[in-house]
Design a protein around this ligand. Structure first.
Ligand code: ZN
Length: 95
């Protein structure tokens, strides 16, 4: 899940782990199940790498579907590319 966290008086965007609920500040994974159709999208789940890995087994148990996964860093790069966000912006405070 994506969210904002107040840290040192800054509103910092963070990714929360869907397994433990804590922010992911280091390496993580992204999981998703295959969309039903070509133009449909599917939800994604984010987890810490290591301590919260193997979330694909939880997804399989809950949805009955096999989950795919990739490194969180690649997912962020792909989202950045797909939304044409300026790669020079590394921090931000809303307003
Ligand atoms: Zn976690």
């Amino acid at each position: 899940m994506l969210g904002y966290r107040l840290q040192r008086d800054l509103h910092c965007p963070v990714i929360l782990c869907d397994a433990c609920g804590e922010p992911i500040f280091e390496h993580g994974n992204v999981y998703w199940v295959l969309p039903i159709g070509e133009t449909q999208t599917t939800a994604v789940w984010h987890t810490h790498k290591g301590k919260c890995a193997r979330f694909d087994e939880v997804i399989k148990e809950v949805t009955g579907k096999r989950a795919l996964w990739e490194e969180l860093s690649w997912f962020i790069k792909q989202v950045n590319n797909n939304t044409l966000v300026d790669p020079q912006v590394t921090t931000g405070v809303g307003g």
